[in-house]
Design a protein around this ligand. Structure first.
Ligand code: SF4
Length: 337
């Protein structure tokens, strides 16, 4: 079979990073991500693990070198370790450079060793607070110790742990110094993320939650000596070094510093929709192509290539005029960030 085409978008950006949401379900209900009473997708709408394998393997053969598994919460998907094991074959051939995941760590104590065995070396843990009571408020019903045990398990098997915290005004702004201190002590990277206008959150106004990372950095510099470092992990974050702890802090700034010019990623949902941009509504239905061509991948390659040819320049998120511009209708949990 001729080598399938490599993925270059209309702005000459090479697409080498695929984020795959394997489920829309989650065992937490973070108030800025999901409403308390969510209606989840019926099973038949979800791609099977075999279909996810076929789709992701097609992307790997088209030049994708990094696979990030997300959700909802990916580790609540039944049989998920079979999928990680299946993807590890691409690590063995060298076609895939990195297999990783973003998790809330509630299930990590159980899965840390099997994930390590399937080739996962780095894990991003979504954690916005180190305060047990605040954790219960943010997640609506989360068990803080379960998450701490999960993080300890990943650290123990040797995974590089990175903490991803959404900067939320009035929710965790009083905790940022503590998070820097704790991550420094544990040797974990820490990344702060600006809240994005994803999904209709009813009464909740994104502007009330929004805390620009420019202001977060100013707050941090009241206590820490930060110096910019040219670290690139293949994602959108820019990094600083903390002199006092030796730790690194990343800033993901969709609102204050647009990073779309170097975008290298697309997102696949658990129903096989490909979103070419997190900040736009356009998508391509790959499930239909997959299911109507069970034994031939060429239509799939063509559908992926057509979708990448429609990849937009970037998002239109903007809060600068004290109003939310560029809102996207789907929840963040639909694509897993
Ligand atoms: S908003 Fe869209 S173009 Fe910008 S970095 Fe994210 S996915 Fe890429």
């Amino acid at each position: 079979m001729p080598q399938p085409p490599q993925l270059i978008d209309p702005f000459a950006r090479a697409i080498t990073y695929l984020r795959v949401s394997v489920t829309d379900r989650c065992d937490l209900r973070c108030f800025y991500c999901m409403s308390e009473h969510m209606t989840f997708l019926p099973k038949k709408e979800l791609l099977t693990l075999e279909e996810l394998d076929r789709l992701c393997s097609a992307f790997v053969s088209m030049g994708v070198q990094k696979l990030r598994i997300t959700g909802g919460e990916p580790l609540v998907r039944k049989g998920i370790m079979n999928f990680f094991d299946a993807m590890s074959r691409h690590l063995a051939t060298g076609a895939l450079k990195e297999l990783t995941l973003t998790t809330n760590a509630t299930q990590l104590a159980k899965f840390a060793q099997p994930l390590w065995d399937s080739g996962v070396r780095r894990v991003n843990v979504s954690l916005d607070t180190l305060d047990e009571a605040n954790f219960a408020d943010i997640t609506r019903w989360g068990k803080f110790q379960q998450v701490m045990d999960g993080i300890d398990a990943a650290d123990k098997v040797g995974m590089k742990v990175k903490i991803n915290a959404v900067a939320l005004k009035g929710t965790n702004d009083h905790e940022v110094h503590n998070m820097v201190r704790w991550c420094g002590e544990r040797g974990f990277d820490l990344t702060f993320i600006e809240v994005m206008p994803m999904g209709d959150m009813g009464e909740l106004d994104r502007l009330d939650q929004y805390w620009s990372l420019k202001d977060v950095r100013k707050t941090l510099e009241q206590e820490w000596t930060l110096s910019d470092i040219p670290l690139n992990t293949g994602g959108p974050a820019t990094y600083v070094q903390v002199a006092e702890t030796g730790g690194r802090i990343g800033f993901i700034t969709p609102l204050t510093h647009n990073f779309c010019e170097s975008c290298n990623r697309v997102r696949l949902t658990c129903t096989g929709q490909l979103y070419m941009c997190l900040g736009q509504e356009d998508d391509a239905d790959l499930r239909q192509v997959l299911r109507t061509n069970p034994d031939d991948d060429r239509p799939l390659y063509q559908a992926i290539e057509n979708a990448i040819a429609r990849k937009p320049k970037g998002h239109d998120f903007d809060y600068s005029r004290q109003t939310v511009v560029g809102q996207v209708s789907r929840h963040m949990s639909h694509t897993g960030g």
